[in-house]
Design a protein around this ligand. Structure first.
Ligand code: CO
Length: 214
């Protein structure tokens, strides 16, 4: 008997359901993928990329890590972006954070959590940069929410500054980078009004959005 049999049962039911709705779905999809979107989100189990935006397999290229961080030396994330932009030619990169993010919370707490502290260093620095603004917020929940938003804005900025995105724009490829945030409490996405389509827009958007956070 299989271990985790219920997961295989779920899988069988899921595949059958999709095949009933769209006969030949998997057969067609197995030949190629042509997603229009790259999703960069948090690894949190409560933020399932495809389900949130109602997209089927084949429609969303996904990269997830703790606190949806885009670090310029992270070969994993950069390789995903490069493949998505250069080979799959996605038209949109969506950085999606979420309120109540444990990774962001860990970054702004003075606590030793081990290896993960290194991963979250970028968010710690972001927190120190905005500390005075954030300290004005007496409510701890609100402070965490603002930090989750600031983190999305920063990661959009980081995506825009990758050589991959810069070069795509330079050669005239149509590519937009979006900053969204997901609310665990109601299952809804919020657009942080951050949509960058040209290199010239990056600095202006970043300044404007970071100021709005105050
Ligand atoms: Co999270």
């Amino acid at each position: 008997m299989r271990i985790l049999k219920h997961l295989f049962d779920n899988n069988q039911a899921w595949a059958e359901h999709i095949n009933t709705e769209n006969p030949g779905f998997f057969e067609t999809l197995s030949r190629q993928q042509a997603p229009k979107y790259l999703w960069i989100g948090c690894a949190d189990s409560r933020v399932p990329a495809n389900e949130i935006v109602g997209l089927l397999p084949g429609e969303l290229f996904v990269h997830r890590n703790v606190a949806n961080v885009v670090i310029q030396t992270d070969m994993n994330c950069l390789s995903v972006i490069q493949y998505a932009v250069d080979v799959l030619k996605v038209q949109h990169i969506i950085v999606c954070g979420h309120y109540g993010c444990g990774g962001v919370q860990a970054a702004i707490q003075d606590q030793d959590l081990g290896l993960i502290d290194n991963w979250l260093r970028e968010i710690k620095e972001l927190y120190y940069q905005h500390e005075s603004l954030l300290d004005d917020l007496s409510d701890q929940q609100e402070r965490l929410d603002r930090m989750c938003e600031l983190n999305v804005i920063r990661q959009v900025y980081n995506v825009c500054h990758t050589t991959i995105v810069q070069q795509a724009w330079k050669r005239g490829q149509s590519l937009s980078v979006h900053g969204w945030i997901y609310c665990l409490k109601d299952g809804l996405l919020r657009d942080l009004s951050l949509c960058v389509t040209h290199p010239e827009e990056v600095a202006a958007y970043y300044r404007q959005s970071a100021m709005c956070m105050g």
